[in-house]
Design a binder for this molecule. Structure first.
Ligand SMILES: Nc1ncnc2c1ncn2[C@@H]1O[C@H](COP(=O)(O)OP(=O)(O)OP(=O)(O)O)[C@@H](O)[C@H]1O
Length: 323
């Protein structure tokens, strides 16, 4: 599947580092005549929380499904835990944890019962290093569901249900956990608890790839944020790094002789000094504003949606040109 197209990019790219858990190069996905992914590339390291952020329909679920081995890609090279997901065997699959967007079956099972049942499938994949499955009582405590252990799944609240979904995703002690919009529909408190749970997993060296369209969530949770928009990764970095890039230019606004002016500049202090040297007291209503990551992200999403910029142009907002 990935031989011919791979020559273009992967041939010239360096080999993945030893602790690289996900390595994606020039991933392309086309549904009939619609190109959804146009050359997505990124990596994830062991123990990293990577958040794939993007507007509705950007292709986040598609990307994650390709990495999980549930969807055949149109082109590109993908390595997950050392294997091509399109050819991953049972042993490989046992090292992954997957939390889908909605998991609404098994309402009549009791919490402990279903976890024990699903966990039993992982027993043959236990190793000296990783004991599988996770002990059910320990797992219930880790996800905060000890008190609900004997409840029927259908009676759990939304937040408990989501934690239970995660428990299912991690019962096999995965090295890599995929979470597709795990906090959709959670109230702020449940969301915060959930974030703690994800951070705890990363602290134990689980790599987490999580999708969301909520920038605030990405900023809070991610070691690294990947912004997927216009079919490609337009930004890749820690939240502070992206914020710095987004605010690299400031907008200076002022009035003079009843007229309004506006200027974008990377050096606002110097610009304002010159402005005063030139016009002195005539300058009024001075305002210097740096864009926040949120401003830049929302503007970019809006521009992509109205078709006024391409993915390539959007990438420049984060100092990320062609890659
Ligand atoms: N099986 C499919 N057949 C045809 N088109 C599809 C299929 N799955 C997804 N698409 C289209 O691909 C695009 C990306 O969808 P995807 O679900 O991957 O995006 P997303 O970023 O996860 O969106 P959301 O945030 O809304 O879940 C959308 O335009 C969607 O309609």
């Amino acid at each position: 599947m990935s031989t011919t197209h791979a020559l273009s990019e992967a041939g010239s790219s360096p080999p993945p580092e030893r602790d690289t858990v996900i390595d994606v190069r020039d991933l392309r996905m086309r549904y009939r005549s619609q190109d959804v992914l146009n050359g997505v590339g990124f990596t994830a390291r062991r123990g990293e929380v990577v958040v794939l952020l993007g507007p509705n329909g950007a292709g986040k679920t598609t990307t994650i499904e390709v990495l999980e081995g549930f969807r055949m890609r149109s082109a590109g090279d993908v390595t997950v835990l050392g294997a091509d997901p399109a050819r991953g065997d049972e042993r490989w699959r046992a090292r992954l944890g997957i939390v889908l967007q909605s998991w609404r079956d098994h309402g009549k099972w009791r919490v402990r019962e279903l976890l024990a049942h699903l966990g039993s499938y992982y027993a043959p994949y236990s190793t000296a290093l990783v004991q599988r499955p996770w002990d059910v009582d320990e797992l219930l405590a880790a996800v905060g569901l000890t008190e609900q252990a004997e409840k029927r799944i259908g009676t759990l609240s939304g937040g408990q249900r989501r934690r239970f979904d995660v428990a299912i995703g991690i019962v096999g002690r995965p090295e890599l956990l995929f979470l597709d919009e795990p906090t959709a529909g959670l109230d702020p408190e449940a969301r915060q608890e959930f974030h703690g749970l994800v951070r705890g997993l990363a602290d134990e060296n689980t790599t987490v790839l999580l999708t969301t369209h909520d920038l605030a969530e990405a900023e809070k949770l991610a070691d690294r944020i990947l912004i997927l928009a216009g079919g490609r990764i337009v930004a890749d970095g820690a939240a502070e790094e992206l914020a710095r890039q987004a605010s690299a230019e400031a907008t200076v606004r002022w009035t003079r002789d009843g007229q309004s002016f506006e200027q974008a500049t990377a050096e606002p202090t110097r610009f304002v000094r010159q402005l005063f040297e030139e016009h002195g007291e005539a300058i009024g209503g001075l305002e210097v504003r740096r864009a926040s990551l949120e401003d830049t992200y929302l503007t970019m999403v809006r521009e992509l949606e109205t078709g006024s910029v391409t993915g390539e142009q959007a990438a420049h907002a984060f100092g990320k040109g062609s890659r």
